[in-house]
Structure formats: structure tokens, C-alpha cells
Design a protein around this ligand. Sequence first.
Ligand SMILES: Nc1ncnc2c1ncn2[C@@H]1O[C@H](COP(=O)(O)OP(=O)(O)OP(=O)(O)O)[C@@H](O)[C@H]1O
Length: 225
Amino acid sequence: MGESCVNVRCCDLSVCVGEVTLVENVTFECCSGEWIVLAGPSGAGKTTLLRAINGLCPPTAGRVWALGSWMPGRSHREAEQVWRSTGTVQQELALFESLSALDNVAAGVRRFGVSRSEARRSARSWLERFELGDKHASFPHALSGGERQRVALARALAPQPQLLILDEPTAHLDDGSARIVLTAIKELVHQGATVVMSSHRDEEVAPLQTCRIEMEAGRVTRICV
Ligand SMILES: Nc1ncnc2c1ncn2[C@@H]1O[C@H](COP(=O)(O)OP(=O)(O)OP(=O)(O)O)[C@@H](O)[C@H]1O
């Protein structure tokens, strides 16, 4: 694969907090159009690895490349460039509590330099797609866990980013909603997006992933392509 299509690369990446090693010597890379699934038991280091790729958790050793720049060493401008081209869903979902569902999703689209009216139009159509057509005006505190997760996913996917970093994106969803979300992610992968996500939904995700990275106690134990 040519260097230019590599969107994420981890080289001997380790993350420690004090004396505790959360992720140890992880090496892999993924290109445009690839869907990487991180699997492993609770505490294996999946969230930490996703946060390191996202630039939220600095490497203690080794380095991580995302969308054209390395960590450590990323300039403020490069960090902004990565942020602008990455859609993220964290386990905490982190919605804007003072914005409606529609405005949460529109805010995600606006980040990519789209006009306000176009962002709201796009947000409306993603909420419909995720079966939240009747929740446009609802605020996060009035949404169920599964609804909040679908709003967070709509916010991440709507701008059709080059890179998606998703931590347990279907954790709160029933099977039907999970299918809808996974189909939407699949379409973005077919359009050339790179997806790195953690998931415990092995059965549904296995036919979609291009690579599965199994982790245990902070280390990669197996890579299945
Ligand atoms: N800030 C921190 N300080 C110390 N230890 C931490 C910190 N954050 C996470 N850990 C520990 O690091 C390990 C990896 O955590 P991480 O959240 O990356 O695992 P995970 O595979 O995502 O788990 P889960 O599937 O439950 O989300 C766990 O043992 C966790 O307790």
C-alpha cells in the first residue's frame, strides 16, 4: 500500500499512567477504505488505544500517525486538521447538553465548514435515518441511552469524515438500531473512510471488518486480516 493512503499508523506505541502500563508496544496501520475492529475483554486497553490515535492521550513511548501528522510532535495547526477530519464517538457520548438533538448533529457538520442551513438539512436527514425523526427538538437529558448514542453517531458520521474513531458505538443499541448504524458506517468505508472502533458485537461486525485486532492486558495478541 502506498504511504499516501495510510490514515492511521501506530509504531511500538505504549501509554502509561504513572507506573501502570495501559497499552504496550502496539504496532499496526490502516488505510483508506479499511475498517479495523479492536476486540478484547474489559480493561484490555481498547479505549486507551483509541484515545491515543485521537490525540487525546499522549504516547509514553513509540508514536502514532493520524491523517498526515505524528504524535508526539503534532503542531497546533496539524492537531486542528486532524480534529476537522475525524468523527469521534466516545463511551461517555459527550453530547452538548444545552443543544437539541438537531443542533448537536448540525454542530458536528458545521465543524467541517458547512453553512448553517446546509448543516441543519444534513442533520435532519441523519436523524431520520437513525429513526430519531421525532426527536429533533429533544435535549440530551430527555433522550434514552440508545437515542443519545444514535445522536452521537449521527454527529460523527454526518460530515462523512476521512477517519472515524468509535468506542463501542453500538453498546446501547438494540439489534435493529445497531444494523442501521453499521450499514451507515459500511457506506462511509466504501466511500474511502477509515474506521477504527472497539466492539463486543462480534457476530454483526465480523462480516464488515477488514481487520480485527485482539488485545489483552494492553498488548495486541492477534491480528486477523
Ligand atoms: N487514567 C487511568 N489511570 C490508571 N489506569 C487507567 C486509567 N485509565 C484506564 N486505566 C486502566 O487501564 C486499563 C485499560 O483501560 P481501557 O479503558 O483502555 O480498557 P478497555 O479495553 O477499553 O475496557 P472496556 O471494554 O471496559 O471499555 C484498565 O485496566 C483501566 O482500569
